[in-house]
Design a binder for this molecule. Structure first.
Ligand code: DGJ
Length: 748
């Protein structure tokens, strides 16, 4: 099948060019070109993704080489082999021994699959993905979409590759769907969203790995022959691995790599909150194949004739000027075209959360005293965390019983919420809807609503089981009970928590051949519940959480524009966690709180100033017993809140420049938030490893307008932007009592 049209004549399509003479698809973002070509009228090849060219004529076209042991599907040509050919979407069992993007099995038990080019469509705008979160456009002239059909000539399986190319962003949103165009059922065993072959392997792989309380540490490792990557099989994207990887170009010396401001980097970010795989395979000829999508572990999908399976989206970003520009592209895309709802564009309230203040041990009086202190410090919102429902005095009971515990709150949620509101604060509420405690009325009434392997003792985590969200009756129950609680308390904010990983993804309702679908169906069910609940409360701010930042991913951000970044609230540890998070996610998505000292996770003592400075990098709040603070401390907090309110537009909606990264420097980190009009900026610097007798250091700023004069607030000094960026500031290092500096700059 040949590519039909010479060019796309629709004048509204600006970023997709089709050249029928060369059988080429050329996608252009503002600074990059992504080129595919149909070879031998059937194989869709990935030619390259590189800095933008006006027209691709084939200077780097593919070269066939006769390689020993590589099978040849073309009888007459030993130089052609799928094993060395960069297929845009490689299938299994026909000669490519590298990692396939798709694996299926047919009714007769065979698995060999050909995917041949069949045709394409170009659409203005970007279609939604059925049942899944995805980036979206508000106007059709923001983005153009190319859909390419590949078909198996034997079974009729149709695979449609979709590329939405953003006109003003260096991003391509890519996804895949498979339709059974034959008459017999097909079982999908693996279906990735992206497979992308790079012509060489001179990159480092950057991934965000960690654990509870140390999420999203940045790891770099040079690519080596064979497979390398990260995967979550935990039923959540997880704090252990984040669904985000970057190929970072290595310099000619083979050791240095692209940095914050220079060099070529390629980011891949999966818009999904469940099991995933993100890997790179380097083949014997130094080609690097990037794979990203649903994890094939514990996954299969039974696709009947005529049915379609939609795989999640990957947002791909290329930057020719380092990690900083890549991050800013992700930040803008996710803040403006992934997050939704009224809080997408609104500043976030400054909140106090009672978790680290009281844990489970509270009553109405104690909570109202905390709220009164919060009001004294000019906070906006009081959040009631875990422990308000059922008979929950610890974490062993009551999940699922979403009605108030009258022993603690005799007047119910409404009375507490009214009390908080009468103090002048909004009221917010914590829930953990996906879980069920065995000691709960819900479990007594519906034991089959928990995911479990029949006949086996269930595996508990934090003493709780997981609800089977693949079931429509469970989804309906949650939608009803959550809406009732939120209406009753007239909430302004909801924290949606999830505190264990999932091991037994077996549903009491599923047939044996569809049990492999349950982990993905769980996610689809969760997304449906989230859609219904968040749509019913358009003016409520939703924050997601999973034992801290254990499900900090783009899928969740589609429904809830901010995420609790980590249960680790130690200010110095937070510097690295927030910097790692900022590689992919915008400041507006990171919830950051000031907590008590000694810190509850680490025992470290940091100053209130430092805790405030670090937490102001995102959506700001407090999580400590304010009633125990002195008047001076409350006055200091009032000052912090006033400063945050004066800078929050810049922090939440501006550009982030990482000046010094924790993965490059153990001693200090620094970052800047600059407003889009470059008239205001906030510089924050943290000495993460205070030393006695330290050196004096120079910090060069970034992102300012070179010609504008900026006043340093509270210092009575003003400098031109070029001086601040080129000459920089000279700073004396503080000690452990004075280990951060925050400078607010305003153009005069
Ligand atoms: C885990 C969350 O990360 C905490 O902030 C808190 O909400 C607890 N769960 C409550 O159980």
């Amino acid at each position: 099948m040949r590519v039909r049209d010479k060019t796309v004549y629709n004048p509204r399509i600006m970023s997709i060019f089709v050249d029928s003479k060369r059988n080429v698809f050329h996608l252009q973002t503002p600074t990059s070109s992504y080129v595919m070509r149909v070879e031998r009228d059937r194989y869709l090849a990935h030619v390259g993704w590189f800095a933008r060219v006006a027209e691709w004529r084939g200077s780097n076209d593919l070269i066939g080489v006769d390689r020993g042991f590589s099978p040849n599907p073309d009888y007459d040509d030993r130089t052609f082999s799928l094993d060395t050919f960069p297929q845009e979407y490689p299938s299994a069992g026909r000669g490519d021994f590298r990692s396939p993007a798709i694996e299926v099995s047919f009714e007769d038990g065979t698995t060999a699959l050909d995917l041949w080019y069949e045709g394409y469509r170009v659409l203005a705008g970007k279609p939604a993905l059925s049942g899944l979160p995805a980036t979206y456009c508000e106007r059709v002239d923001e983005v153009d979409t190319l859909e390419i059909d590949l078909r198996d000539p034997v079974s009729g399986l149709l695979v449609t590759l979709s590329y939405s190319v953003w006109r003003d962003r260096d991003a391509i949103s890519r996804s895949v769907r498979a339709t059974n165009g034959g008459s017999a059922p097909i079982t999908i065993r693996k279906i990735l969203s992206v497979s992308l072959d790079f012509a060489d392997s001179s990159y480092s792989l950057l991934h965000l790995s960690g654990a509870h309380c140390r999420e999203r540490e940045a790891w770099f490792r040079p690519l080596a022959p064979g497979s390398q990557g990260v995967e979550s099989r935990r039923g959540a994207s997880s704090g252990q691995q984040n669904p985000f990887i970057v190929l970072v170009a290595r310099e000619a010396d083979g050791v240095s790599r692209a940095g914050e401001t220079s060099g070529e980097v390629f980011g891949f970010s999966l818009v999904y909150s469940g099991n995933f795989v993100a890997a790179v395979e380097v083949d014997p000829f130094d080609c690097a194949r990037v794979s990203m999508g649903l994890s094939p572990v514990n996954f299969s999908w039974f696709l009947k004739s005529g049915e379609t399976f939609q795989a999640p989206e990957v947002a791909m970003v290329r930057s020719g000027s380092g990690l900083g520009a890549m991050s800013r592209t992700y930040h803008d895309l996710y803040r403006e075209r992934l997050c939704r709802g009224s809080f997408r564009d609104r500043v976030r309230p400054v909140l106090v959360n009672n978790w680290e203040a009281t844990y489970f041990n509270f009553d109405e009086k104690k909570l109202l005293a905390l709220a009164a202190k919060a009001k004294e410090a000019d906070l906006d919102l009081f959040v009631l965390d875990d422990g308000w429902f059922g008979a929950r005095d610890d974490d062993k009971t009551s999940l699922g019983d979403w009605y108030v515990d009258r022993r603690k709150l005799p007047g119910g949620l409404a009375s507490l919420a009214d009390g908080v509101r009468s103090l002048g604060l909004d009221f917010g509420l914590w829930v953990e809807p996906e879980m069920i405690s065995e000691r709960s009325e819900l479990y007594r009434d519906h034991p089959d609503w928990a995911l479990r392997a029949p006949g086996r003792e269930p595996v508990r985590g934090r003493d709780q089981l997981v609800l089977d969200l693949s079931r429509v009756d469970v989804q309906e129950y949650l939608i009803g009970v959550l809406k009732a609680a939120f209406f009753e308390a007239k909430v302004a904010y909801v924290k949606w928590d999830m505190n264990r990983h999932i091991v037994e993804t077996f549903s009491a309702l599923a047939r044996p051949e569809t049990q492999g679908e349950i982990s993905h169906r769980y996610m689809l069910g969760l997304y449906r519940v989230l859609e219904e609940v968040t749509a019913s409360f358009p003016n409520v701010l939703f924050e997601s959480c999973s034992g801290g930042g254990g499900r900090f991913d783009p899928g969740m951000l589609y429904y809830m524009p901010q995420t609790w970044t980590s249960d680790n609230t130690d200010a110095i540890a937070r510097v690295a966690i927030q910097a790692g998070t900022s590689l992919a996610y915008p400041a507006s998505s990171m919830a950051c709180h000031v907590s008590a000292v000694p810190n509850h996770q680490l025992g470290r003592v940091t100053s209130l100033a430092t805790r405030g400075n670090v937490a102001m990098a995102g959506a700001f709040g407090y999580e400590l017993d304010l009633t125990k603070l002195t008047d001076d401390e409350i006055a200091e907090i009032r000052g912090q809140v006033a400063r945050y309110k004066s800078i929050r537009e810049t922090v939440l909606f501006g550009d982030l420049y990482r000046l010094r990264d924790p993965w490059d420097d153990q001693k200090f980190s620094a970052w800047m938030n600059v407003s889009k009009d470059r008239r205001s900026a906030v510089v924050t610097l943290a000495w993460t490893f205070p030393q006695p007798n330290p050196s004096v250091m120079r910090l060069r700023l970034a992102g300012l307008d070179p010609a504008l004069s900026y006043e340093m607030e509270g210092e009575g000094k003003a400098f031109l932007g070029d001086e601040l960026m080129n000459a920089g500031l000279r700073l004396r290092q503080g000690d452990a009592r004075n280990d951060t500096v925050q400078i607010v700059l305003r153009a005069r």
